[in-house]
Design a protein around this ligand. Structure first.
Ligand code: AGP
Length: 366
């Protein structure tokens, strides 16, 4: 029954809408309120082994790579361990340095992506410690890794990944919380994160309730042939994922940029025909992000602000509102309005949402 459309116009729409329950499944039994940490039994690492990790590297392709980047940011922020993400498709070709005290995380919805599987095999050949973050149980990557975190998003049919992505974000938040709590993340910060994670499904449900308003914004900008997606630090992976969604299903060119990098070149592209989707969480970088909007406006570029802050009236041409959560979880929460935006824009253009041209759900060729 999971594979049926059950009244939805497309699988992508169904899967976007399923996110609150999918996320609840990922969190189920994994949040430990008493010790303000996460329980991830599948990774098979006790506290001592967790403490011996000196670095974390996420490997995945496409959206799974962007999710890894989001995860790496959380690991750095909460565990204060150096962390990064790399496209799994590049990894084996550059003769990577594999370190014993690095935890490698192979990220894949399908668990069948050839490039990611090959990266895992290269790691294992070199004796690297690798765990999986996989949605499909029994898949090749899951089996090759032998241990890890299942995403529990349920079947994802649409080529454009949605609920698997948000579940990746939540699973990496739990991994970062766990790594943080065996180090210096305080019990009060741990408790704040546990509470925020358990509220996240309801916050996503709130975003879903605003679908009509987001659809209107998408309609308003559906004649654009190209767009910028602007993020900064935490929301940079979110901007990349948002741009990816738009490209995949609408065929509108979208490029993600870090806000402060705009002035180093890409501002030259801005004019009245090129809208910028600007992510503006109400965090310590708010004033910087407001300045980014000013820079874009000054060049005549339309601005679509995605925000949980109070913006000065008239600053942005369109505003998509997001509920407040803890700032570290904004990168996950802000992904959902971008999925809805891309979906409605693609619909407006009459695209084949679930089966975009030239793409396959899982890329089993190198
Ligand atoms: C996501 O919308 C894309 N279809 C694509 O980038 C995908 O995330 C990538 O191919 C990796 O797939 P996987 O998670 O199944 O390994």
């Amino acid at each position: 029954a999971d594979y049926e459309l059950s009244g939805y116009a497309s699988f992508m729409h169904k899967e976007i809408s399923e996110q609150p329950e999918a996320l609840r499944r990922a969190l189920l039994g994994r949040l430990d309120e008493r010790f303000a940490t996460a329980r991830l039994g599948g990774i098979n690492l006790d506290a001592r082994a967790l403490r011996s990790i000196r670095r974390v590297k996420f490997l995945g392709c496409g959206s799974a790579y962007y999710a890894g980047q989001l995860g790496a940011n959380l690991v750095e922020e909460w565990a204060r361990l150096p962390a990064d993400a790399e496209p799994a498709s590049e990894f084996r070709y550059r003769n990577p340095v594999v370190e014993e005290d690095t935890l490698y995380v192979a990220v894949s919805q399908s668990g069948e992506t050839a490039d990611t599987l090959a990266a895992v095999q290269e790691l294992r050949r070199k004796g690297g410690r690798v765990i999986g973050a996989v949605n499909v149980v029994g898949s090749a990557i899951g089996r090759e890794c032998g241990s890890g975190v299942f995403l529990h998003a349920g079947p994802e049919v649409s080529v454009a990944s949605t609920k698997a992505y948000t579940n990746m974000g939540a699973c990496f938040a739990m991994l970062a919380l766990l790594l943080g709590r065996v180090r210096d993340l305080s019990v009060s910060d741990g408790a704040r994160i546990v509470a925020a994670l358990s509220e996240l499904p309801d916050k996503i449900a709130e975003v879903l309730e605003a679908e009509d308003a987001i659809a209107e914004v998408a309609e308003k900008h559906s004649t654009a042939e190209r767009m910028f997606y602007i993020g900064r630090v935490r929301t940079w992976p979110t901007a990349r994922e948002g741009a990816q969604k738009l490209k995949e299903i609408s065929y509108v060119h979208a490029e993600a940029y870090q806000a402060a990098e705009l002035k180093h070149g890409p501002l030259a592209l801005i004019d009245a025909t090129m809208p910028s989707v600007v992510l503006i969480p109400d965090d310590e970088l708010l004033t910087k992000n407001l300045a980014t909007i000013e820079q874009i406006k000054a060049r005549g570029g339309p601005v679509i602000a995605v925000t949980n802050a109070e913006l000065p009236n008239g600053l942005a041409d369109s505003v998509i509102r997001v509920p407040r959560s803890e700032p570290e979880l904004d990168p996950i929460l802000f992904t959902v309005p971008l999925q809805i935006f891309a979906y409605h824009l693609a619909r407006q253009l009459g695209r084949d949402i679930d089966k975009p041209r030239n793409l396959a759900k899982s890329v089993t060729v190198e």
